[in-house]
Every structure is written in C-alpha cells, then in structure tokens.
Design a protein around this ligand. Structure first.
Ligand code: PRX
Length: 693
C-alpha cells in the first residue's frame, strides 16, 4: 500500500486525457518492464467519474479497510447484497495458512445458510429482473440463436433440479457434467447448486480416458451430456466419448446409473445417436415434464458447491473443491468491480464453462449480479475471423472478456476483420489465462477497443475462485501487460527462494499472505496434497506456482509458471500428464516435456521422447505419439513438437535436467549453462544434432 500511495502521489500530477497510447514501440514477450514509463495509459476522466472505483484514493480507502478489517469489509457486502436464510455464526472467517501451526483450514461465513442458485435466480427475480434477459445464446452457425429471461432460466433450472431429485440425487452427491457451451450447461450447474448436489464440469474437449479418470475420482451417479456439438466446420460426437468412458469406468467399478443426454439437433439427429437402453435418457423426453418450481436446498456456506479438476505437477489431476458462501460473495464482488459492471451492460466471456473462468465469470459472478450474459457455442474464427465482433454488434456487448491467445490469433488475421464492425457498444475489455504481452495488449486496446476501453488483465487461478490481482477500470493508469494491483482483501507477496518476503521493486515467487472468501478449501479426497502442494514450499503463505515482478510503482507483472505446469492457449497442462500419456505408447520408453514460447498459444508443448531399444524413429511414429496424447488427454494437449532423444540429460542420480531441455527446445544453445554434472554430457550434442530431425 505504501508503494501504491507513493505512486498515487505521482499520478495526480499526470496530465489527464483520453487513453491513447503515445508510443507504440514493438515489444516482445518478456520485455514488459522495459518501457513502463512511456506506457502509462491514463483512464478517460469521463469513464472514471462514473466508475464504481473512480480514483486511486477510493481504491486505497477500500483496499485498506479490506486488509485491516476483513471481517467487517466482507460481512458488510455479504449481508447487504445476498440472501441468507440464516446469518453466519459469530466469526465471519477463520483461517490457518501456516503449515507449521497445524492443519491448513479456511472458512468463511460458516453457519450462514444460503443457496447460490437462489441468489442467482430467485433473488434477481424478486428484485424485479424476471423479464430481463439472463442468457443470449449464440450457436456455432450463423443465424442459430436463442435467449432466456431470468424467469425462463429459473423454470428450466427447476425442471432439471426436480428431475435430478427424482432420480435420487441428494445434497452432497456428485454430478458430472460433460457439455459444450449450450444453455443447458449453466442450467445444469444451477440445478445442481439448487439441490445442494456438487457439480463437476469436465471440459468437453477432454478425451474419454481423461473423463474416466475424473469419474473414478468423484464417482457420480449421473452424467449430463449431449449427443454432439458443432464447433467451427466440424461436428464432434460427444456421446461416443462418454459411452467409451462409461464402459471403461464401469469395468473399473464405478457405475454411472444415468446418462442424461441433451439432443443437440443442430449437430446430430437423435436417430443417429448410439444408445444404451436403461442407462441413457433424452433430456427433452423427461426434463420438460417436471414442475417449473423447485424448493431450494438450503446449505451451509461451507458446504461444497463444485469440484473442478485441474493440472498440477504430477500426472494425476487435482479436484479443486470450492464451497458455497465465500465463493458466492467473492465471484459476485470481483465481477462487479473488475469489470465496473452496471445493470445496463451486456457481458460476454469467451471462456468455456469447463474451466474455472466459465464457472466464476460465465455462470456465477455475472448471474449473481443480475447481468445479461452471452453464451457462445462456436469457434471465434468461424465462419471467419470477424465472428467475435459480429457477436459484439449483434448483442451490443459492452464488456468483452477473453484470453490473450485469442487476441494474438485475431491480431494476425489483420485489423480489417475488426474494423468492419462498429464495436461502439464496447466499454470494458478483459484478459485472462496467461500473461498478455504488451504488443497484444496494445492491439486489443487500440484496435478492438478504439483506444477508449480499459483492459482488465485479471490474474487468478482455479484455486483462487476469483480475481486476485486486477485493474479496476477507471481507477488508475494502466501499464500494458501488467495485472496492476491486488483486489480487495488480497495480500500478495513476492518471496525469494528461501521464502523471505521481498519489498519494493523485485522479482520472485508469488504468494498470498491471508485467506480470501473465494479460496479453495481442499483437494477432493486429498487434504494432504493440498497442504504440501500449496502451503509447504513457503510456510506461512499460499504459493501460487507463478513468478512475478513488482516495479517501482508497485504494479505487478506476472511472468508465468515456475513449476512443471505449462499454459497452452490459456489451458493449464501438467508436463507430467503429457509425459505419462507418451510413455503409455508401447514404443516410447521415456519422455520429458517442456513448454516453449509460442507466438499464438503463449506456450507450446515440446516433447523429448526416448524410444524402446531397437525401434527406429519415423514420421508414422511421431504421428502415433501425438495421437496417444490426444486420446489420453484431449486435442488441446497434443504436443507441437516431438524431439527424438536417444538419451536424456540426467544427473548422476538419474534426475532429468529440464533446464537444459528448455534451452535446447527454445534453441538458446549458447545458454546451456554448466553441463558437467550430467552423467553423460555427450547426450546434449546428440540432442542438438537431432533437433531438426
Ligand atoms: O500462470 C497463471 C495463469 O494461469 C494459471 C492458472 O490457470 P487456471 O487455474 O487454469 O486458471 C486460468 C484462469 C484463471 C496461473 O497460475 N494466469 C491466469 N491469468 C493470468 C495468468 N498469468 C498472467 N496473467 C493473467 N492475467
């Protein structure tokens, strides 16, 4: 805060004026700190004057209160902006983030009785928003669309909730949802929440084997899916993937009783869908027959809301568990402030509900605020690269939230795909998933936003539930590529490798000092892994796994993961997961995967593979290795590059030296460093020779 205060002093002397960036120097990834002085983007005074947080002073006042009195700050918001059947107990929160003091424990609003589905729907309807559009749905193909008002959405949610109750789903039961971006996806999430069931949404790009892994872990009685989906020019038969997964998981002892299947007619006719009698049920045959009202299951603030699997540094995905009350308060509040949300806004987030962004900022955060949300089924470059702006103009989208990878890919297609659309409804832009390089930031700001829309570069994670470090539009000058300052109630710290906090201008490991309402509470079924992964590396803190720099003005610059997790097109992938898929190939004996810089995806997947003795490397084998990864994880995890490695650089104790592999993968051959500790330094030359093989 002291840093920021100093900065605020200097900002008040800055010339005011609209936000055009004066210097458009070409900046490549990683150079972000270089030209910060020249790159301050001053918010438009007119925007700031109407913003929820109109000035740095106002931010500081709110931020300081949130840190000095978290209980008061959050309970004021929780009590005034949400419906509680019964207020929480004496303490607003309790926490232990210090592993040295015992079990890690975080609770917010414990004893408070509420329901997030009620707060998303019934509460907004009671406030007079029943006829407001809740969801505009835009199909993959032009001209295919639909919408639901809050009243209609409530009816749909209640019908499904009643059906789920009828087939025996009760509070605490897991329901697995494997759906693309149809309206039925948020409907299914809200229906589960309404009856206290715990949803586990699996991104519909995951393969059947990945689905089996998740089914085996959370053991759902029902899976909700659809027969097929259109994505760009392709039709993907999801039901086939589910069928394979259900057969395999039942062989392994986890029997799913019901597979509720939505007939997505525009993708595949019902008659062409494969069917397992007795297990499979068409959604349209049963759900519409149920009543459109459904009593709410009132739950404790600390009752689980959902499980979401994410990648870590081992091969087994982690079931991140979020509970109800804190997550509700946090997602709604972050949504309101980080996008300066106003009731007249039309909001579109391009993320899929299969990831945390879709949970917190397609479904819960916006609907809790009574917002109108655009849900898009298709691909952003179909039928052409102007599709996003066509949708923006069609629905008069005012807040547009996306990932840097999309920004970069559209930027390559040329400005004319953007400028032929009006986009005048746009007011706020957002970015998430990976660091946004300053040149992409500038293009997003200048071309998409016509130099008038602030960009909220929101840093957060599946684990954090909601935004942690983010600009508040209009509150302070922005620096392209910086996520700026912490959200209310969040105390980020940068520590060195010994876990000592570093003050002022510095670089190090990004940790958080305290709990916040949206924090995850455990890893499903494995609290010990929760404690060791996140709270043991730097005792006393939550460790994010990210590197971060802070500049002299206190702005934060995220520098990427420091663990064995890579970020491909904003999708988080564990290198160990890809490696274990590769070594499952009968002809692959060992694999080492690293991330390399990729112009569009942010990071690409680069795999070194050692083959079984006597097996020659060939083009067919390369393809078959990639196919194995697609089958085991999903197409999004397919390696960009396979590098045949007759030997891997290992220490004498057998540990692979990834540092060397990263340098070889990015062809920084003069930066290999000391290779004398390798058991066989000769493998390095061999790998370099085979690099273009
Ligand atoms: O490395 C950070 C990166 O994405 C990781 C979290 O991935 P996931 O849990 O899948 O959630 C993605 C959506 C919240 C982080 O550890 N990341 C996310 N947002 C940003 C980011 N890196 C830099 N800047 C961001 N705005």
């Amino acid at each position: 805060a002291a840093n920021l205060l100093r900065h605020v002093d200097s900002m008040t002397t800055l010339p005011s004026g609209a936000g055009k960036i004066s210097r458009l120097n070409a900046v490549i990834l990683g150079e972000s700190l270089a030209s910060e002085e020249d790159d301050l983007v001053i918010p438009c005074p007119d925007f700031s004057s109407k913003a929820h947080v109109p000035s740095p002073d106002k931010y500081l006042e709110m931020y300081q209160r949130s840190i000095e009195d978290p209980a008061g700050f959050w309970s004021d918001i929780a009590a005034t902006q949400f419906y509680w059947k019964q207020k929480w107990g004496k303490s607003v929160y309790s926490e232990n983030l210090d592993i040295r003091k015992g079990r890690i424990n975080i609770e917010w609003f414990k004893g408070g009785i509420t329901n997030i589905s009620y707060n998303c729907l019934d509460a907004n309807i009671a406030a007079g928003n029943g006829e407001k559009i809740a969801i505009y749905w835009e199909g993959n193909d032009l001209g295919v669309d639909a919408s639901l008002t809050y009243n209609q959405l409530l009816h749909r949610v209640c019908q499904l909730a009643n059906y789920l109750k009828d087939i025996g789903i009760r509070k605490g039961d897991a329901v697995l949802i494997y759906l693309p971006m149809l309206m039925e996806l948020p409907i299914a999430m809200l229906a589960c929440a309404r009856i206290g069931a715990v949803h586990s949404v699996v991104f519909a790009g995951f393969s059947s084997e990945a689905l089996v892994q998740r089914i085996m872990d959370c053991k759902p009685k029902v899976v909700i899916t659809c027969n097929a989906v259109r994505r760009g020019p392709k039709t993907i038969n999801l039901k086939d993937i589910v069928d394979t997964a259900l057969a395999e998981s039942s062989r392994n002892g986890s029997l799913v009783d019901v597979c509720l299947t939505y007939a997505n007619d525009s993708a595949l006719k019902k008659e062409s869908t494969k069917w397992v009698e007795g297990r499979d049920i068409w959604w349209q045959d049963v759900v519409p027959k149920y009543p459109t009202t459904c009593d709410v299951e009132w739950v404790d603030a600390e009752d689980p809301l959902f499980l979401l699997y994410t990648s870590g540094s081992t091969g087994k995905p982690k079931g991140v568990l979020h509970t109800t009350g804190g997550y509700m308060v946090y997602t709604a509040t972050t949504f309101k402030y980080a996008f300066d949300y106003k009731p007249s806004d039309i909001y579109w987030c391009t993320a899929d509900c299969g990831w945390i962004t879709g949970h917190s900022y397609v479904t819960y955060g916006p609907l809790l605020n009574g917002a109108t949300v655009v849900v898009f089924e298709g691909a952003p470059n179909y039928p052409d690269s102007g599709r996003c702006w066509d949708i923006v103009d069609k629905y008069k989208v005012s807040i547009f939230y996306t990932a840097p990878t999309l920004v970069r890919s559209l930027m390559r297609e040329g400005d004319e795909h953007v400028t032929r659309y009006s986009r005048k409804s746009l007011r706020v832009l957002g970015s998430v998933g990976e660091p946004i390089n300053p040149s992409a930031w500038r293009w997003f700001f200048n071309v998409v936003g016509d130099s008038r829309c602030p960009i909220s570069d929101t840093w957060w994670q599946t684990e954090t539930g909601g935004f942690m470090i983010t600009p508040l539009p209009g509150a302070w000058p922005q620096k392209p590529g910086s996520a700026t300052f912490p959200f209310f109630g969040v105390q980020p710290v940068i520590v060195d490798e010994k876990g000592v906090e570093i003050e002022g201008e510095c670089s190090g490991y990004l940790c958080v000092k305290n709990s916040w309402p949206g924090a995850f509470r455990t890893l499903y079924g494995d609290h010990e892994r929760y404690e060791t992964t996140y709270f043991s590396a730097f005792p006393g803190y939550y460790f994010s796994g990210d590197g971060c720099s802070r500049d002299k003005d206190g702005y934060h610059w995220l520098t990427g993961r420091v663990d064995d997790v890579i970020n491909v097109s904003g999708h988080r992938i564990g290198t160990a997961e890809v490696e274990s898929a590769l070594v499952s190939h009968p002809q692959c004996s060992e694999a080492a995967v690293v991330g390399v810089e990729h112009e569009v995806k942010g990071q690409g997947i680069y795999a070194f593979v050692t083959l079984v003795e006597g097996v020659p490397y060939s083009e067919d084998l390369r393809k078959s290795l990639i196919l194995t990864v697609r089958k085991q994880i999903g197409a999004f995890a397919a390696p960009d590059r396979i590098h045949w490695a007759p030997g891997l650089p290992k220490t004498r104790s057998g540990k692979i030296m990834r540092r060397i592999l990263r340098k070889i993968a990015s062809r920084q051959l003069d930066e290999l460093g000391d290779i004398s500790t390798l058991a066989d330094p000769g493998v390095v030359d061999q790998l370099i020779e085979l690099a273009d093989c």
